[in-house]
Ligand binder design. Sequence first.
Ligand code: B12
Length: 416
Amino acid sequence: MKVVLIHGKYFNSWEALGLAYIGAYLKANMENIEIDFYQGCFDSIDTIISGCRGADFVAFSCTTPTFPFALNVSSELKKIFPSIKTVVGGYHPSAAPNECQLDNIDHVIIGEGEAAMLDLLKASQEKVIMGRTMDFCELPWPDRELIKNERNIQVAYRDNKKRITSFQSHRGCPFMCKYCADGYFKVLYGSSKEAPVRYRSVGDLLDEMQHVAKEYKLDLMKFTDPTWNTNINWVKEFCKEKIRRNFSVPFYPNIHAGVCTEEMFQLMAEANCYEIAVGIESGSQKILDQIGKGTTVEKIKNSVMLAKKAKLLVRGYFILGMPEENEEDLMQTEKLAEELELDEYGFTILCPYPGTQMYDLEKFKSINWENADEYSNDFWSSNHVKNNRLKEWQTHFIQKFKKKLTWHNLAIDKHA
Ligand code: B12
C-alpha cells in the first residue's frame, strides 16, 4: 500500500511532527507500506501531485489556515487520479469536521491520528473517524527522516543562525483557555472536554533529544507543547536527568506563569534552558479571569522576576482584543509590559479560529483563513474596542518595544 502524507503551505521552520508520529506508527504496525511526504512550503503542487501517482491514500495535516491548500490539492488530485482516497486530519478537521465534509475529501479524522489512520488503512469505510488518545509507550519516535526534518532546520538556521528543531514532551493540556483550540473545547478530544494529559517518560524523551541533537547537529531544542510546565515535578525530573547526563544542548520551552517556582527556574537554568516564552496575554486581571487563563497578574510578575533571577531570557506574548477588553484594560496591559522589562515581546490581535470559544461559523463565514491571522488581523473587534483601534494599539506596542520584538512582529513592522 502507498500512502502520501502532506503538510500544508505555511512559511515554516517547524517540522511536521504530527505526521512524523503518524508515519512512524504506520510503519511500525503495517507490513508492506510505502510512505512519502511533501510539505507545501518546500514542494510545488506539481511535485506533490506527481508524487501521489500510485497512492492508495493521500492524507493532509490541516490547521484552519492550511485547510484551503489541502482542498485545492485534493481537487487537483481527484481530477488526475480519481481512485485515490483523500483524508484530512489535525486541528481544523477536529474543530470543524462538518465543514470538512466536501466533495473531494473522502475521510475526516478527528483527534490524535495514529491509531485512526491505521484503522482507516486496514478497514474503515467511515467518512468521519474519531481518533483515540495515544499513550507514549505505544508510540515510536517520530520519523524525522520521512518528514525531511533537515529542510526545516535549514530554514531555522537561515533565520536564526541556529540549527533548531522541536520535540513533544506531553499530550493534552490541563488548562481551559478560551482562545486556544487545545483549551476550552479540547478539540482533539471531541466534545467531551476530557483531555487526559499524558507525560512522556523523561528517559525516553531525553534519549530521543540526544539522538536527534547528535544526528542533526542541533544548537537549540524547542517543544511543541503549548505549555511545557504543566507538572513541576516532571520539569524538575527532566532537568535533573539532563544535568546528570551532561547533555548540554540548550532548550526553549513555553511556560505558564501560574505554575512556576524559584527551584524550577534554577534547575532549568542549570540544565541549560536558554529562554522561556510566557503567554502573558493581558495586564488586566478581569481579562485573565474571563479568558480562563488560570493565573494572576501578580503571579506573572513573580514568575518573570524568578526567571530573570535564574538568568533565563524571557519572551512574553500578549493578545489584544479579548471579548470584554476595553481601553482601560489595554492601558493595564501596556503598564505590565513596561514593568516586566522582558527580553522579547510579541503582540497579536485575537483571531477566533475554529475550536476556540470565540469562533462563530455564521459571523465569520466569509473570512479567508489563509490570510487572516492574529498578527495582521483586519476583522476582529472586542465588545468595546473596534478592529482599527486594536490595530492602532498593536502598532503602538510594536513601536514602543521596537528593539525587542519577536521576528513575526518585526516582519509586520517592516511591511508597515
Ligand atoms: C507548534 C505549533 C505551531 C508551530 C508550527 C507547527 C507545525 N509543525 O506546523 C508554529 C509556531 C509555527 C505555529 C504556527 C501556527 N499555528 Co500553531 N500550534 C502549534 C502547537 C502549539 C503544537 C502543534 C504540534 O506540533 N503538536 C505536536 C504534534 C505531534 O501534534 P499535531 O500536529 O497536533 O498532530 C496530531 C493531531 O493533530 C493529529 N493530526 C495532525 N495532522 C494530521 C493529519 C492526519 C491525516 C491525521 C489523521 C491526523 C493528524 O494527529 C497528530 C498525532 O497525534 C498547537 C497547539 C497544540 N497544543 O498542539 C498550535 C495550533 C495547532 N496552532 C494554531 C494556529 C492557529 C497557528 C497559526 C495559524 C498561528 C499564526 N497565525 O501564526 C499558524 C499556522 C501554522 C500552520 N502550519 O498551519 C492553532 C490551530 C487552530 C486551528 N483551528 O487550526 C493551534 C491548535 C493553537 C491554538 N491557537 O489553538 N503553530
